[in-house]
Write a new protein. Sequence first.
Length: 232
Amino acid sequence: MLLAELEVFHSRPVAPTRRVAIGVAVLPTTPAPGFGGLLLGGIVAEFVPDVDPDLLDDLTRLTHHVEAGQRIPQPRLRHRLQDDRVGLNRYRHQLLGSGEELEFDLDRNGAPEPNVLAAVYAAGRLPADVRTPVFASLRRALRWRGTLGADFVEYLSESKGTVTWSTLGGRDPVVWALGVLGLDSGDAERKAVQHRFRQLLRTAHPDHGGSADGAAQRISELAEARRILLAG
């Protein structure tokens, strides 16, 4: 089961201008750091050992600046952040739930600096009230050296006991999805799910009066809730 996802786009290392962009970002953060924070931390921990050591101090400073919502001069870590993805290679990173286990399914073909940058910038797009615990997890991930298994999840979430996707999520994913869409189990037919999703999507979107703060996170949660219920 898909718990979190991040698409990263970046130019080839041989390109004269190094660029990075963020695509799909499904990053639930309840309870913080949530599955989204764990995935971002996993990306950082996986790629940071191969980041140029001369760039690590700048990377740490960058996490604090992005967390604070400051304007970030470009480029950083020799890469320029942009919205346009044309001509960039795509890499997809996912956090999956299998039984009671968490699995990091990361595309390790990408270059280290842009993937770490994308994780940091994606965290900066989260609602302000969850940024602090998520960035705390990212900075912990900077210090991790080892495999991305149960020990890493416990380290990142600062848990003293066994951590599973169900304990981190706090509930069964179907129950969570029903709660997000405001449906009862008896109303989870495909037509009702689609209708409720479109209804809530309109109210969440800033173009229709929704709050711009946290809109992307809310829309991602609605989309993931619909996916869970329609996959059943």
